[in-house]
Design a protein around this ligand. Structure first.
Ligand SMILES: Cc1cc2nc3c(=O)[nH]c(=O)nc-3n(C[C@H](O)[C@H](O)[C@H](O)COP(=O)(O)OP(=O)(O)OC[C@H]3O[C@@H](n4cnc5c(N)ncnc54)[C@H](O)[C@@H]3O)c2cc1C
Length: 301
């Protein structure tokens, strides 16, 4: 996604007054678009193992490395780049040595190539190469070497925004599927929507969607109050991913062959919704988080 969170949260929470004054009005008006370059081919989900390096040079840095699956690169004006600024061995702690930079997308040495993907094709997702890309001193956002903890605020708010979109997807798929089931008659004059085999999975998806909505409101409200909200944001994203997957799949099933046709919306919703069981955080990593942080179980990896 070209998500305003990537600039909005970083700037409001960690930006200098100059950066806020310059960038926030353009962000709010939609003139300035932001992408986030976190994921790398080798480290994947394990952010602390990332290899993209920002080496100090004069008053700024030089970026080298590769990112993958970065959405909206071509459309974005600014990239939130997560890079290592101090080697893990000498950083003084497992989560230290990583920093955030908000850089211009248009920069010498930065190249990107779109990846062919199953869905979410309204915005391309790309591989990025940083080849000695200059980073200016004012482009560091937040604390040098302390970016990992600050990044969590970006990732958790991204989960809230993602969950909101997924609840909307579930709502739409339910509307389309239920409406089709009201009209479609196959055996005599009885619409297929009168069969429990059609109704129950829709009802189940509706229950997931309403739970996701409520948990997401809770996460957003905690965030607004400045209270811890990581567990709620993760749970909301997990629930919403399930709700959207279930609702889109059942809408497709209910529409039979027509559900598989490109003529209707449902096949696109189904393809798009599948992504969100993997990204921006996978279901497994949410379950790891809940087991560890909410149930205080040992870390398994
Ligand atoms: C279309 C698309 C758009 C994206 N957009 C962006 C973007 O804009 N910016 C960005 O930075 N990234 C983006 N991503 C990357 C996305 O966040 C990652 O794909 C996702 O976090 C999973 O990482 P990975 O693909 O490296 O999987 P891996 O880390 O290789 O994981 C593979 C599988 O193993 C499981 N797994 C790994 N470790 C564990 C464990 N400890 N316990 C249990 N299971 C585990 C995972 O849950 C997953 O199912 C995008 C991805 C896609 C596909």
């Amino acid at each position: 996604m070209c998500n305003p969170i990537f600039g909005g949260v970083t700037l409001t929470r960690f930006g200098s007054e100059t950066a806020k004054a310059e960038l926030l009005p353009a962000l709010v008006s939609g003139k300035l678009k932001f992408a986030m370059a976190l994921t790398e081919p080798d480290s994947g989900t394990n952010t602390l193992a990332l290899r993209c390096v920002a080496r100090a040079e004069g008053d700024g840095w030089r970026l080298n490395g590769q990112k993958i699956w970065i959405t909206c690169v071509a459309e974005a004006d600014k990239l939130l780049v997560v890079a290592r600024t101090t080697p893990a061995e000498s950083a003084g702690g497992k989560t230290r040595g990583i920093s955030l930079f908000l850089i211009d997308r248009d920069r010498k040495g930065l190249t990107h190539t779109a990846i062919e993907k199953v869905g979410t094709n309204t915005l391309p997702s790309s591989t990025i190469f940083f080849d000695d890309v200059r980073v200016e001193p004012h482009e560091l956002i937040g604390t040098l070497d302390g970016g990992f903890r600050e990044l969590l605020d970006v990732l958790n708010t991204e989960r809230i925004v993602t969950a909101a979109g997924l609840v909307g997807t579930a709502d739409l798929a339910l509307r389309l599927g239920v409406s089709y089931s009201r009209d479609r008659k196959v055996f005599g004059k009885t619409p297929i929507g009168s069969y429990q085999a059609i109704q129950f999975p829709f009802a189940e998806a509706k229950i997931y969607a309403e739970h996701a909505r409520l948990m997401n409101y809770k996460a957003a409200s905690l965030y607004d109050q400045g209270l811890p909200y990581g567990s709620e944001a993760n749970m909301a994203k997990w629930l919403a991913g399930h709700a959207a997957a279930l609702a889109t799949d059942r809408a497709m099933q209910t529409m039979g062959g027509m559900g598989y046709s490109k003529e209707f919306h449902v096949e696109r919703l189904w393809r798009d919704a599948r992504l969100f069981r993997i990204a921006p955080v996978s279901e497994e990593m949410v379950l790891n988080f809940v087991a560890q942080h909410d149930l205080e179980m040992p870390r398994s990896y």
